[in-house]
Ligand binder design. Sequence first.
Ligand SMILES: Cc1ncc(COP(=O)(O)O)c(C=O)c1O
Length: 452
Amino acid sequence: MADSARIYTLGAFILGIAVTAAYQTQHANTEAKLRQVQQSDQNRQQRKNRILRLSKGNDFEEVKHIIAELPNTIEADTSDIKEGIEGCIGDTPLIKIKSLSEATGCEILAKAEFLNGAGNSPKDRVALSIIETAEEQGLLVPHSGDTIYEGTVGSTGISLAAICRARGYKAHICMPDDMAIEKSDLLLKLGAEVERVRPAPIVDQNQFVNLARTRAAEHTADPEKPGRGLFADQFETEANWRAHFTGTGPEIFHQTGGRLDAFVSGAGTGGTISGVSMFLKQVLPKVRIVLADPPGSGLFNRVKYGVMFDPKEREGTRRRHQVDTIVEGIGINRVTRNFEVGRELIDDAIRVTDDQAQAMARWLVENDGIFVGSSSAVNCVAATKLAKQLGPGHRIVTLLCDSGARHLSKFWAQTDPIGGSEEDLSLEDILNADKKPTLGGRVLGSSPESTT
Ligand SMILES: Cc1ncc(COP(=O)(O)O)c(C=O)c1O
């Protein structure tokens, strides 16, 4: 065996042991957590029944009797009380998307990550994990002036800014200046320092991630500044995929009772898809992991052919420096450690065009009352395409990452108005959106040609 092959095999073996050990610890924690959740569910149900009896009671004397009994029947159950805003992170609901499930004959379930309580996206899990890891390593001291620096398109920054406030740190966020303005407004309202910079390739020192790294080092080196600067480094840090390996993945496993055929997700840093896959493939080796990729991203080809390449690079038609799409948060043109750590576990990739994402976002409002952002819409298009490939009777899990409120000025501003019943889109219209100039008789948004 060649040396490199031996090193690879040894590496894979060690990783296997580490993952199994982490899984066993996590499994015990998750079981305890599950028992706690079941107990509090039972208590909640009992409370609900009592209130229901109250609301249905027509006999005033009986109502008075129930009220008099209440103090004796309510146990001292405080398990519903969350420990600060950090306590509202994780354990997000799994929602059946009824319209897509009915239309495809598959059960399409979505983890409502926009209901994470601090920054309202899956990045809450990552930001908390990064901060807790740094605290454990003694790298952060509350109220000392310690400041977390990060390069982010918005979501991670918002989560970091909120949790920093709760933990006594400052946040300094560098982001590209073509992201939806509501994201930087929100960061400012959370008291973060925001630097919006011109989009640039990663080789440029002023690229937003590089700039955040530099700013952190400048802070630490400056004797005039209190505390130190910590670069959060979401693209490379292990704390990112681990948050999904110990949180999102196990939650999906338990919420589905271990019955799922596929998991579909877009990737920005890759932390979500890697962390979830590393957990799910351990417990369900047959589960299919599918990447949902927007236009301009090289990840589709990285998964399919092992090379990072997008046709737009060759054509020289990219509108932006990073990724040419209206979609924010997913799609990338460079190799990151968080994507690579789980890449071998990804079975397939599905391209989604901007037109399809916009049409799906509208479909979800019109049919389900679900108002989400662009990456969630991409996930739902890919989940629907996969359902068509697999055929009826399968169960597919995906993510709803953030609310449409984060995307009003860009993605939603360019999406057709929510319409009436006459011009309703069919699912076929959405799946063929890249092949047609119009949907339901309406001209589509101004996105470029598809790269499907
Ligand atoms: C809204 C949104 N969805 C999805 C993702 C992708 O998650 P990941 O970075 O884990 O690949 C991001 C990343 O920033 C995001 O902001």
